[in-house]
Design a protein around this ligand. Structure first.
Ligand SMILES: [Zn+2]
Length: 51
């Protein structure tokens, strides 16, 4: 299995998911990280359900 890494800081997706910390803002460009962050901050950063 190929391990995806951030093209800027080189932090691997696995590492970010394990620690919960991204290396830099570019890490969020990785789809896996984007999905994970969306789940982590579910409704907090983007309160879609708030009306
Ligand atoms: Zn990065």
């Amino acid at each position: 299995m190929e391990e995806k890494c951030c093209s800027k800081c080189g932090t691997s997706v696995k590492e970010i998911l394990e620690t919960g910390f991204v290396g830099c803002e570019k890490c969020y460009d990785l789809p896996e990280i984007k999905n994970a962050v969306d789940k982590m901050f579910d409704g907090k950063r983007h309160p879609k359900n708030e009306k």
